[in-house]
Design a protein around this ligand. Structure first.
Ligand code: IVH
Length: 730
């Protein structure tokens, strides 16, 4: 075929395949059979191989469904930070001193009184908006820059994204100053938050825990179009006194409102502590009816001269303080209690509640933690219970309303047998939880372990709850090692599996063989070994052999490993059944050595700092791993030290500009991969194929989800602390 004809056909094929994958993945209404689709895909692959000059990183051969698919979006969220240029704040972005006590608000007022020594002043009381802070700069009435708080000294430049938030004007009106900064909060209203989480859940993406996380995650998205879709709003509450000439804070904000900026109308000038208390009391109740989250009120000294006189501590202004509301509670009826069995066998009581609104979302289930907690609460089915949300997505029951108990209310009986397999439950004295000891036979535990193994943070294998259920029911997999023995023939014999879905699963399985040792260790599901601990152990010992040979004392040398964890690791690795599993997984080709990212595959990039920007055929996190695996360093911003910018699709314009200015080369993914040694490229090629497949959704196939957060790894956990075990309820 002639070059020109090939180009036309390649473009045509890409178009058809993209359109069909959109129908397939997004609309769930494919208009082409799998077979036809695969034929066209193969034709494109052949043409691309024959005419490499037309190769493109976003060809459907490399990015099946990924452009359209939410998992890519979520991925962008996870690795978005590096996509932004960091810039210094003109005035540092400080935080606020905060308190839960009215007494301390009185003390704040008394201190200000004393320092201001008789000067008359007033207070501006405002809502404390629970979103993510933003600093806008307007020059000649035009929005020129938006920075996140960052570390307070410099923030990420998210101007392009902020331009997509409709309540933030691009152009001011009226008598605005030539240049000024204004700060505030980006918020995601509850309605937008619920819609986003519904969408994420439908795609088996982890939902955001709260609107604040959702707002900050959204602000860091790479794709401004997606930001526009998220329904973010903005409210502005602070103009640094240095940048304007008003007498008071309230005058400055009133002026900002006249210039067209979004400023809250819920501000009040208070003259004394009594008025401040009234404001607090009002909003402690009224905030429940606001369409967005607030977590307190802010009291500011209103007169700018007084603010200047009071000044700042290193962390916060002396002219303002935040009064935080207590966590919101709801009261509702306890309908029944379920007992969930996690992958470690821990049994968690879960309350089914009459649906109730709490902090903007409807709550139907809440954890009761364990039998002791139930006894402590003296809870009965039919009771009215108080529910609270902490920082986590799973609400908890904090109390009961004794005035509401009906005469016939029955005390629940904690089961003495496993609700799944009927084995008598056991409880060690040191444990708060009851356990099903039938580790090898209890279906919930077996499926829970498999789900954990395939989850994104572990092996990232394309299998969700439905698939694991099928594998279990058909006897195809009981252990992680069994997964690697599954053949395409076996998959096709399962209900609903077609060639493409089977191939995708097998590709993701193949790709998982490149997952670094630290994640393999996490995937094994050793009790108390979360991601952080796994990383620590992998880095310390470097291989499963060294780890297996370690004594409990040697295990204790690892950061954050206390006796409980050391014993758990030791016992796990010395159990013959686990040793056999590990041997099988090793034989299947999984990585059981290498200190995580330090495990160099080659030194092709030794001494080179590579900055990456845009989207690739694999996630940015994986791309960084790849750079490090080949001896390079993944840098976050372009500087004279940058060896080259690795640009995927939609690279950050700022980064490109900076490269041009500094004369730094920009490489495509293709060019980058060409730098890596032959043999390793074969591996990474496989990884690429598998992982991009893993981002695709396969018809009604589900993404893998981290199913059971029993052993969450807590970043700065003190040694020996018992880990919280929580079921995934929603
Ligand atoms: S004034 C120099 N006003 O809460 C500090 N902050 O926890 C100027 N916040 O850093 C901040 N609502 O991100 C101010 N009405 C309000 C606020 C507010 C929310 C945020 C802001 C601040 C944080 C402190």
């Amino acid at each position: 075929m002639e070059e020109q004809a090939a180009k036309i056909r390649i473009d045509e094929l890409r178009e058809i395949l993209r359109e069909n994958s959109r129908r397939y993945y997004v609309d769930n209404a494919p208009t082409m059979s799998d077979f036809e689709f695969d034929q066209l895909m193969h034709e494109l692959e052949r043409l691309e191989a024959e005419f490499p000059q037309f190769d493109s990183p976003d060809s459907p051969t490399r990015r099946v469904g990924s452009d359209l698919d939410a998992p890519m979006g979520a991925n962008a969220e996870a690795g978005a930070r590096q996509g932004f240029v960091q810039r210094p704040h003109r005035y540092p972005m400080l935080s606020l001193g905060n308190t839960y006590s009215l007494g301390e608000i009185e003390e704040f007022a008394a201190r200000a009184d004393k320092t201001l020594d008789g000067t008359a002043f007033t207070y501006s009381c405002e809502l404390k908006f629970d979103g993510t802070a933003i600093c806008l700069t307007y020059r000649d009435g035009k929005l020129v820059q938006a920075l996140t708080r960052g570390d307070g000294v410099q923030g990420d430049d998210v101007t392009d994204n902020v331009r997509r938030i409709s309540s933030i004007p691009q152009q001011l009106r009226g008598d605005y100053p030539a240049e000024f900064e204004i700060r505030g909060e980006i918020l995601m209203p509850y309605a937008a938050f619920d819609a986003l989480n519904r969408e994420r859940e439908a795609q088996e993406e982890a939902p955001f825990a709260n609107p604040r996380n959702a707002a900050s995650g959204s602000l860091k998205l790479i794709n401004p179009e997606e930001v526009a879709r998220r329904g973010l709003i903005c409210t502005l509450y602070h103009i640094p006194a240095e940048s304007v000439t008003f007498d008071s804070h309230s005058q400055a904000l009133d002026a900002a409102a006249r210039w067209g900026l979004p400023v809250s109308g819920e501000r009040r000038i208070c003259r004394n502590i009594g008025e401040i208390k009234d404001y607090i009391d009002h909003w402690d109740q009224a905030r429940k009816y606001l369409p967005y989250a607030t977590d307190g009120i802010v009291v500011k000294i209103n007169e700018l001269a007084c603010q200047r006189a009071l000044g700042y501590t290193a962390k916060s202004p002396r002219w303002a303080v935040a009064y935080k509301f207590k966590a919101e509670q709801a009261c509702t009826e306890l309908l029944s209690i379920d007992y969930q069995v996690g992958r470690t066998g821990a049994v968690t009581p879960v309350a089914n509640l009459a649906p109730v609104q709490l902090s903007g979302t409807v709550v139907k289930r809440a954890t009761l933690n364990n039998a002791d907690q139930m006894a402590l609460l003296d809870i009965r089915v039919g009771d009215w219970v108080f529910v609270e949300k902490g920082g986590e997505i799973i609400p908890k029951i904090t109390g009961i309303d004794p005035g509401h108990r009906s005469a016939g209310a029955q005390a629940p009986v904690f089961p003495d047998r496993c609700p799944d397999c009927g084995t008598p439950l056991v409880k060690a004295e040191t444990e708060a939880k009851w356990f099903c000891p039938n580790q090898d036979g209890c279906p919930m535990q077996i499926k829970g372990r498999l789900l954990h193994f395939v989850s994104r943070k572990a092996m990232d294998i394309l299998a969700g709850e439905m698939t694991i259920e099928q594998f279990y029911a058909s006897g195809l997999a009981r252990t992680a090692a069994d997964l690697y023995d599954i053949s395409k023939y076996q998959l096709l014999s399962l209900e609903g599996w077609q060639d493409r879905a089977a191939q995708r699963f097998l590709d993701s399985l193949e790709a998982s063989k490149q997952v670094p040792f630290e994640r393999v260790l996490f995937a094994l599901g050793i009790r108390y070994v979360g991601e952080t601990t796994a990383k620590g152990l992998a880095r310390h010992f470097g291989s499963i052999d060294a780890l297996s040979e370690a004594s409990q004392e040697q295990l204790l040398e690892v950061d954050d490993v206390g006796e409980v964890i050391a014993r758990s690791v030791f016992e796990f690795l010395h159990a013959p059944a686990h040793q056999e599993q590990i041997a099988r997984l090793r034989a299947a080709g999984l990585r059981f050595e290498g200190a995580g990212q330090d495990a160099a595959v080659s030194d092709a990039l030794a001494g080179k700092t590579v900055v990456i920007s845009g989207n690739f055929s694999i996630s940015r996190e994986r791309m960084k791993d790849l750079i490090v695996a080949h001896g390079g360093k993944a840098g976050s911003s372009v500087s004279a030290k940058t060896a080259f910018l690795l640009a995927g699709t939609k690279p950050g314009p700022e980064k490109l500009r900076k490269c041009e200015k500094l004369g730094i080369p920009v490489l495509s993914e293709e060019e980058f991969r060409a730098l890596l040694p032959e043999g390793s490229d074969e591996n990474t090629g496989r990884e690429r194929q598998g992982l991009s497949a893993a981002f695709a959704r396969v018809g009604s196939e589900e993404r893998s989800v981290a199913p059971i957060a029993e052993e969450r790894s807590l970043p700065s956990r003190p040694k020996n602390e018992e880990l919280i075990e929580e079921p995934t309820l929603f």
